[in-house]
Design a protein. Structure first.
Length: 403
């Protein structure tokens, strides 16, 4: 067993989880963690195989409902999230993903390049007019995905701040740390969820009457009894908002921070802008937006000789798998030209992130424009990380940009 703590929320591990994850992967790659009451799976091959293991269920919200009976706010929030595609198994997941896939066609996403570039440039323009240190997350990385998602769903642009607020409330539950603040978090999330459901319900009704070129209209375009119901459309909108906003914000912010801490790589990217594609893949591997994906054990299974029992939880530690030396040469070294680069930052298999292409595009464009237009960019303080088990996310990214 490793001599180090296995609490991923302890301050040193939350700030820099990679030394702890390296020790776990080397000494006890299938590790029972008492602090998390879950198995921590840290080797790349084991994580990759776990995505295909039918004993490990993505339907991980429903089991919590019974365990948390008697907590009205908590159970209501979990009930609203329990039908999301990402927390369902086949056949429900198969049907929902097939219906959603039409809205995420490559041609539709590729056609958003000009819009995303314009949004990024508008925010960089505003950033550059303000003197002194500023938060790059608040000014660029945070608003971009909210605006993109609002536009994709055909919502009025002025509603984008509401989208951001709802995404934050959902993140309190999905990525929260537990403890004494849990009840307060769920009360806040419940208020946000009810408001969001009402909003999306009205938007669905409007698009039923007057369909457009937006993604919501595409989601409801399928004829026949197999189409998405209004409740499923509302749930899909909520999922797209939450998953698309949090992950993309983290991807952009973490990538900028990694480059600022590796100025030689930042200079290389300025000199070789055509490297942006593989650079983003490497930055996703090096310090990606999600540390942990959760699974619920529905039947006994064996991983590396350890017996995993039904009713237990498994944490697939993506951050550890993406730095496994058995899969990646010099895994703790940032290499913008790394190839091949089979990272699992967006998952794998049937539950691979359906919006990965969009997240990659937003990150590539945002990073390329920041690098090209902000040559004097530098850290203006030590960034602080949010205390989160699942998400690798910064509280703020203080920077300054000299002429």
């Amino acid at each position: 067993m490793p001599a180090v703590t296995d609490d991923l929320l302890a301050l040193p591990a939350n700030t820099d989880p990679y030394p702890l994850l390296r020790d776990l992967r080397d000494s006890d790659p299938v590790h029972w963690s008492e602090p998390h009451r879950a198995w921590l799976i840290t080797r790349y091959d084991d994580v990759s195989a776990a995505f295909q293991n039918k004993a490990l269920s993505s339907d991980r919200v429903r089991p919590l409902l019974a365990a948390r009976a008697g907590r009205p706010a908590t159970t209501t929030v979990l009930s609203l999230m329990s039908d999301w595609m990402v927390v369902s198994d086949p056949p429900a997941h198969t049907r929902l993903r097939k219906l959603a896939a039409g809205a995420f066609k490559g041609q539709r996403i590729a056609g958003m390049t000009e819009m995303i570039t314009r949004i990024v440039d508008e925010h960089i323009d505003a950033f550059l007019t303000e003197p002194g240190p500023q938060d790059l997350i608040e000014r660029v990385a945070y608003p971009l995905p909210a605006i993109v998602i609002a536009t994709m769903l055909g919502a009025p642009p002025e509603d984008r701040d509401r989208f951001r607020d709802w995404s934050d409330e959902l993140a309190l539950v999905a990525f929260g740390t537990g403890g004494a603040a849990r009840a307060e978090r769920h009360e806040r999330a419940l208020r946000g969820l009810i408001e969001m459901q009402t909003y999306f319900g009205a938007l669905v009704e409007q698009r039923r009457r007057d369909p457009g070129d937006d993604m919501l209209s595409a989601l409801m375009a399928r004829d026949g009894s197999d189409g998405l119901s209004d409740d499923e459309l509302v749930a899909m909108c909520a999922l797209l908002l939450f998953a698309g906003h949090e992950t993309t914000t983290n991807s952009i912010a973490n990538s900028v921070l990694a480059l600022l801490r590796h100025p030689d790589h930042l200079d290389r990217l300025r000199q070789e802008p055509e490297l942006i594609g593989p650079a983003v893949e490497e930055l996703l591997r090096f310090d990606g937006p999600i540390k942990v994906l959760n699974r619920w054990v529905v039947s006994e299974t064996q991983i590396q000789g350890r017996t995993i029992a039904p009713g237990q939880r498994v944490h697939l530690v993506l951050a550890a798998a993406n730095r496994d030396p058995e899969k990646f040469t010099d895994p703790d070294v940032l290499d913008l030209g790394r190839s091949p680069n089979p990272h699992v930052a967006f998952g794998k298999g049937i539950h691979a992130c359906i919006g990965a292409q969009l997240a990659r595009m937003e990150t590539r464009i945002a990073l390329a424009r920041v690098v090209a237009r902000m040559p004097g960019l530098a850290l203006a303080g030590e960034p602080q990380w949010k205390a989160s088990l699942a998400s690798r996310s910064l509280e703020a990214l203080p920077v300054r940009c000299s002429p």
